[in-house]
Design a protein around this ligand. Sequence first.
Ligand code: 13P
Length: 255
Amino acid sequence: MNKSLRKAVIAGNWKMNKTPAETTALINEMKPLVADADCDVVLCVPYVDIFAAVEAAKGSNIKIGAENCHWAASGAFTGEVSAEMLKACGVEYVITGHSERRTYFGDTDVTVHDRTRAALDNGLNVILCVGEYLEQREQNITMEVVRSQVKIALAGVSEEELGKVIIAYEPVWAIGTGKTATADQAEEVCKAIRDLICELYSKEAADKFVVQYGGSMNAKNADELVDKEDVDGGLIGGASLKAPDFAAIVKAASK
Ligand code: 13P
């Protein structure tokens, strides 16, 4: 496996933060700080901030994503947003399967699969999140959990479509807790995900495939994490809400 075959992706996940006016201000602050990045830079923002984000990011190297999408094209799904609607708003990426959606909003491996399918059908890039709960790590079933999440989400996804998918390994116990996985723990699971992609698709597909780490990644620990052979960037929560912190992570991934 060869890290030089892949361009790292640093993506922010703003979660439920920022108004449209704050979005414009934060992206304007970030733009010059990440302008010479040697990695892809994505910001996934709340639905109501998408217009402001797309407008503010115009002409820059920042791409805009959403944090979720529904699996149906349209219909009686109060409060939901379809992949087609996102695409029409200028969105290029969408997160599926985030653990907060799985934990608080009833997402299952099957609905994550369906949301991923809808995103790909609409030409969006997908950041598919997987990861184990603390109890599962303690029971030594991390690999089984992650493998099954990946297999179900990617069922029926062709090798060509896989080019539009990134997987973010986010151990649930490391999210928003300040408790980062060690670089070795992150590498172990990111490598297992790449091995699974090789098993399900091909070595060529696995070599090109981007696997991110997410969970309390910040300006201080980013270097060590992204230096790992199979960690191709990160999905950043809290630290993506501050321009200098996010820019420092982008810099670490640009080496
Ligand atoms: P934190 O970086 O705030 O731990 O969040 C990680 C995450 O959930 C990104 O999707």
